[in-house]
Write a protein that binds this ligand. Structure first.
Ligand SMILES: [Zn+2]
Length: 182
């Protein structure tokens, strides 16, 4: 698998099932095909967890299995492998969702003026809400000041632009970047 694709796959694994999923996927990639028990042994992760991760990947169409039946015992064995055909599509959908979220955040930041006490985690209030509290933070009682979101707005705009370029919804600004080595 190309390194870039691999990195994206591992990032996605992290997103959908966390650190343990990254280990499982790495092991599976190395082996090519493996049973849940083999993967558990390779990673030191409990077989139930391995199974759960494999099913999450299966649900996302990123893993498939081959089933064989042991003629003597009658037991079924599942041999798992990665399936990355749909990876670009999945990544694109994920980026689209992120883009929409960022646009919504930008909308929220730019459509209202907010008031805030300056302590992270304390609520940002609209003018009307701040009025109700007589411009005092409902949590700590400090005076509410107009909240300067210039940096946040700039950061959101930048990330939106980057994503739109990545998704091909917007042309790359200025010079073309030189092609990165893979
Ligand atoms: Zn406060």
């Amino acid at each position: 698998m190309a390194r870039r694709k691999n990195k994206e796959l591992l990032e996605l694994a992290m997103d959908i099932a966390g650190e343990e999923a990254v280990e499982v996927i790495k092991a599976l990639e190395k082996k090519g095909e493996a049973t849940d028990e083999e993967l558990a042994e390779l990673t030191g992760i409990r077989v139930n967890t391995v199974r759960k991760i494999l099913y999450i990947f299966y649900d996302n169409q990123l893993a498939e299995f081959r089933r064989t039946r042991d003629k003597e015992t009658g037991w079924y064995y599942y041999y798992w492998h990665l399936e990355t055909r749909r990876l670009p599509e999945i990544l694109r959908a994920k980026k689209m969702a992120e883009l929409n979220k960022l646009k919504q955040m930008l909308e929220e930041e730019t459509s209202e003026i907010y008031y805030h006490c300056g302590t992270p985690g304390h609520p940002k209030l609209t003018f009307d809400e701040a009025m109700e509290y007589e411009f005092q933070c409902p949590i700590c009682g400090q005076m509410l000041m107009q909240y300067d979101n210039t940096e946040i707005v700039a950061e959101l705009r930048k990330r939106i632009e980057e994503l739109e370029v990545e998704l091909g919804l917007r042309k790359k600004p200025r010079k073309r970047r030189t092609k990165k080595k893979e």
